[in-house]
Write a protein that binds this ligand. Sequence first.
Ligand code: 5GP
Length: 180
Amino acid sequence: MEKVVAIHDKKFSLYIDEPTIQRRINELSHTLEKDYRNKDLLLICILNGAFMFAADLAKAIEGDIEVSFVKVSSYVGTESTGKVDELIGLTADLKGKHVLIIEDIVDTGLTIDKVIFLLQDKKPENIEICTLLYKPEAFVGKHLPKYVGFDIPNKFVVGYGLDYNELGRNLKEIYQLKPE
Ligand code: 5GP
């Protein structure tokens, strides 16, 4: 029987179960171990949504890696340019490091574009993106994610770090919004 959860006023049905997520994370970790062998790898987890993916991915990777956490914040600046973006919490030194941005989901890709723009200032050796979920139909960004857990259709999902109005992040699986 279809597994359904109710969050706030909406219903969501099970879309990707826990073993499938964990299997894919294991595969990704092996690819990353190969691609970053003998390199200084720094995972930068984009909060809040990527916390669970970043934790499981970091545990699955063998060898020395650094893990850092940032939040993208948008505020109205004093300049006439209006909105200014900043990365909160970035303490790691990026010089010469191989940075891997860890995202929960790449939808339009605009968040990732902002993050890369802000990180490039810190002179890392290179920057790539690893996202658990990717919505190719919605993507209009400049930077394609190199490492993708699952391509998904352009429908709203929750669970495994992703929220619907702050609830649902603690679900072990990923759920898709049920049509009304
Ligand atoms: P983008 O800038 O790529 O359009 O969107 C990135 C952010 O939008 C994600 O990090 C996530 O917070 C939010 N987002 C995009 N699609 C979904 C979705 O289907 N479900 C949830 N919960 N958040 C989403």
